[in-house]
Structures are given as structure tokens and as C-alpha cells.
Ligand binder design. Structure first.
Ligand code: AMP
Ligand code: ZN
Length: 451
């Protein structure tokens, strides 16, 4: 039986789908202004495993992960680089796909873009204006937090009963204290958040949209309310994202969606992944302590090793990134590929204990310990649920040797060009001793194969 920790109820709960014939999951995706770092990747990899698990357990899963392609950070970066917003968002979306693909992540069922959902966003904002939960001021449209009841500490967990603060458990005083520093003149209350904001002078035309409230662009939160209801309906099963998104982003998604459509419950289960940290601090663009996925791939670290390293802790606990984590991931994968290579051709069903571990709030450390103790012929089937161990062992190990082999081939070519025949010969013999046979082609290039 599948169960996971629901941020909304603050406890581990059995998963009871709204419709077992079609599980519906929404995860907040990237803001496409810069190449993804390992912290972004952790979130994608974790939900990829959840998606694979759900697909194993249910006949159909609709997984929606959005692309945020309208945002102040995007505008600023495009200006800085002197390129159009469209060029930037297309470039970074491509990089995101390349890098997550290298980590073995499946594409979601639907990958909606914010800029293509203006109509849906306007519809929600229109409803909120109509039923008194939003107001327009100085070109802005704001959600009026005073128009909905607020969470109080005495309430505990309020699943069915909609109050502002129900997810993050922030009470009104916290909201005011958090925003006291600088209250914008267009806000009635400091906690009010932007649904629509006016275009600035000199904004790139591709970030300016018409709306019933004037030209401008959406606030960040409204896009996820619009895209989830469009592709999953007003009620759906699971909503995921990083722990940093719980407040204000997810709290505001709930507020907008439930205030606009009082009959809906929005997401039933809220799942948050923990941070990837560096020396205990969250890896982030703004702190400058980030490593991009591409940086590591370029250094020759395999995507599968990075993926495995990102899965080495409980998904909702912090995971500290360091050299040893990567080394250990590689050693374990090498070991499992070696076991598979040594003649255990037949594929077996995986042990029940493995599925039980994953179904218990995605207990990855436990799932890995089952793998360490399992019969060799079951490894590949378990790996499939985690998105690892699906390569031919030969190509896993060949992939590894090839960089090294290629650099030796290059060195031999340089020696030949310098007419240093003894050196060229020495390299050939050295490779041959490692079981690598060289074949010089008529066009001057050299191919290699294992003896
Ligand atoms: P962003 O592009 O910053 O909006 O982040 C995209 C996703 O990555 C969000 O779900 C974030 O919560 C998540 N994320 C960003 N940094 C980290 C981190 N250091 N650890 C885990 N998740 C992160
Ligand atoms: Zn979102």
C-alpha cells in the first residue's frame, strides 16, 4: 500500500486516489532563465522516481510539470545578455531537457508553458475579482488575503476547511511581520500578493500581454493554478515541489484556486522535496554555491552516477553534496553493473521488500539496502523503477574507458605526426596490454575495440 508524508496534514497517510484509473500529479517546474543546477535536478529526479512508482502501481498517470517562461529574472537575464526573451527561454528549456535527459528523467505527460495559458489565468483572476477576493490598484491586480479566513495555531491541520495558511501553518501575525519592512503602496494589506502586474517601460514585447486590467504580465503563483486546473481539473491527487515553494508559492496557489472555485479542494496530497545543500547551505543561484548538471557531465561524471547520488537520502530530508557522495554512487553502480555482467542473464521479478520500501513514503535508503542484499538477476527490474541500471554492462564500462582511450589515441596521433615512431608504438602496446586494439583507417583516423 502506497503512503507518503502529506505536508497538508503533517503526517504519513495512505494514498487514496480520486480516480484510480488516472492518477493526476502536478509538479512546479523550472523558471527558464539559467542552466539547471544540482539542486533543481534533485527535485526533478525525486518526482521522476515517484512518477515511475505510480506508473508501476496504476494503469495511467497524468504528470504535469510546467515551464515558467515569464518572470522578472528572465527579463533581467535577457537584457543582460542582449538577447530576446524568447531566445533565452527556448535556449534554457532545451538545456533543461538535455540535462534532465542525461539524468534519465522521463518527460512529463504534459509540459505546459506559462505564456501559453494567459486565457486560463485571466479567467481565474476574473472570478476572484467578481467574488470579492481580488482588487485592482495602480495597474496591479492583487489577491485580498483579508477576504478569506486565516489559519490559527489552534486549528491544527485543516484539510477540508479552506483557510489562508493551511499548508504552511503561518498565522496572520507572521505574514504581517514578514512583509513589514516594505509595504508597496498598491497593497491594502502587506500579505496581499500579485495576480497581475503592469508592464514596465521598455519591456520586451514578448513579456507583455493584454489583459482586462491592462497590458502586463502575471504574478508567479497564478500560472500554476491555471495550468494545473487546465490539464488536471480543479481537484487532483498530488502536488509536488521543493520545500522552498511551500510558502508563499503553494500557499498562494491554494488560496487562488479555492477562493475562485469554492467547490474545489485543489490538490489532495502535498509532497515537498528537501534541499540539496553544500556544507549545510541550500544550493542556489543567489548564494553562488551551485554546480550545474552540465559542469559535472563535462567533467566526465556519468548522468546515472549523478542521478544515483541525488537519490541517496530520503527525498524530504536535506542531502549534502560532496565529492564522496559521487564516488560512492559510482562504486555502487560499478558493483551492480559488474554483477549483472558476470553472466546473470536471466531477469527476475524484484523482491516485495523493495516495493514496500518505495511505497513507504519513497524510502530510498531502505530500497537501496534491499538491492544490496538482493539476488543478482533482480537488480535490473528494481533499477527500472529508479531509472538506473538499464544499460548493457558492456556499454557502461566501455563508456567509462572511452575518454581515456581517446586521449591516448590522440597522443599517439600527435606522436605519429611528429614522426616519433617509438612513442606511437609504445602507446599502441600499452593500450593492447589493456585489451584495447587499434585499427588505423585509410582516412588517417583510428578506431578501437576491445580484444
Ligand atoms: P527555480 O528554478 O529556482 O524556481 O527552482 C526549480 C525547482 O528546483 C523548485 O521546485 C525548487 O524548489 C527546486 N530547488 C531549487 N534549489 C533547490 C535545492 N538546493 N535543493 C532542492 N530543490 C531545489
Ligand atoms: Zn508552481
Amino acid at each position: 500500500m502506497l503512503q507518503f508524508y502529506n505536508t497538508l496534514t503533517r503526517k504519513k497517510e495512505p494514498f487514496a486516489p480520486l480516480d484510480a484509473a488516472n492518477i493526476r500529479m502536478y509538479v512546479c517546474g523550472p523558471t527558464v532563465y539559467d542552466r539547471p543546477h544540482l539542486g533543481n535536478a534533485r527535485s526533478v529526479v525525486v518526482y521522476d522516481v515517484l512518477y515511475r512508482l505510480l506508473r508501476h502501481l496504476y494503469p495511467k498517470v497524468t504528470y504535469v510539470r510546467n515551464i515558467t517562461d515569464v518572470d522578472d529574472k528572465i527579463n533581467a537575464r535577457a537584457k543582460e545578455r542582449g538577447i530576446s526573451i524568447r531566445a533565452l527561454t527556448e535556449e534554457v528549456t532545451r538545456q533543461f531537457h538535455d540535462d534532465m535527459g542525461a539524468l534519465g528523467c522521463l518527460l512529463p505527460t504534459v509540459e505546459p508553458r506559462a505564456t501559453e495559458h494567459m486565457v486560463e489565468m485571466h479567467a481565474i483572476i476574473g472570478k476572484l475579482m467578481q467574488n470579492g477576493h481580488a482588487y485592482a490598484k495602480d495597474g496591479h491586480v492583487l489577491f485580498d488575503v483579508a477576504s478569506v479566513p486565516h489559519y490559527k495555531a489552534s486549528m491544527g491541520n485543516t484539510v477540508d476547511h479552506f483557510v489562508y495558511g493551511m499548508l504552511s501553518h503561518r498565522v496572520q501575525d507572521d505574514l504581517v511581520a514578514g512583509a513589514r519592512v516594505e509595504v508597496e503602496s498598491y497593497k491594502k494589506n502587506p500579505g496581499d500578493f500579485v495576480l497581475w502586474k503592469p508592464a514596465g517601460n521598455g519591456d520586451d514585447a514578448s513579456s507583455v500581454f493584454d489583459s482586462p486590467w491592462g497590458k502586463g504580465r502575471p504574478g508567479w503563483h497564478i500560472e500554476c493554478s491555471a495550468m494545473s486546473s487546465k490539464h488536471l481539473g480543479p481537484d487532483f491527487d498530488i502536488h509536488g515541489g521543493g520545500a522552498d515553494l511551500m510558502f508563499p508559492h503553494h500557499e498562494n496557489e491554494i488560496a487562488q484556486s479555492r477562493a475562485a472555485d469554492p467547490a474545489s479542494h485543489f490538490a489532495r496530497y502535498w509532497v515537498h522535496n528537501g534541499f540539496l545543500t553544500v556544507n549545510g547551505e541550500k544550493m542556489s543561484k543567489s548564494l553562488g554555491n551551485f554546480v550545474t548538471v552540465k559542469d559535472l557531465l563535462d567533467k566526465g561524471v556519468k548522468g546515472e552516477v549523478i542521478r544515483f547520488a541525488l537519490l541517496s537520502a530520503k527525498y524530504n530530508e536535506p542531502l549534502d553534496w560532496n565529492e564522496k557522495l559521487v564516488q560512492d554512487a559510482k562504486l555502487t553502480l560499478d558493483k551492480w553493473y559488474r554483477i549483472q555482467d558476470s553472466g546473470f542473464g536471466i531477469q527476475g521479478e524484484f523482491p516485495e521488500a523493495f516495493l514496500e520500501a518505495l511505497c513507504d513514503d519513497l524510502n530510498l535508503p531502505k530500497a537501496f539496502s534491499v538491492m544490496h542484499a538482493a539476488k543478482p538477476e533482480t537488480l535490473k527490474a528494481m533499477g527500472a523503477l529508479l531509472g538506473i541500471l538499464q544499460q548493457e554492462p558492456q556499454s557502461w564500462f566501455k563508456g567509462e574507458a572511452s575518454d581515456d582511450v581517446q586521449s591516448q589515441i590522440d597522443a599517439r596521433m600527435a606522436a605519429k605526426q611528429a614522426k616519433n615512431w617509438p612513442e606511437a608504438d609504445r602507446i599502441r602496446k600499452e593500450l593492447s596490454a589493456q585489451g584495447i586494439l587499434l585499427e588505423d583507417r585509410p582516412d588517417g583516423t583510428t578506431d578501437w575495440r576491445r580484444a
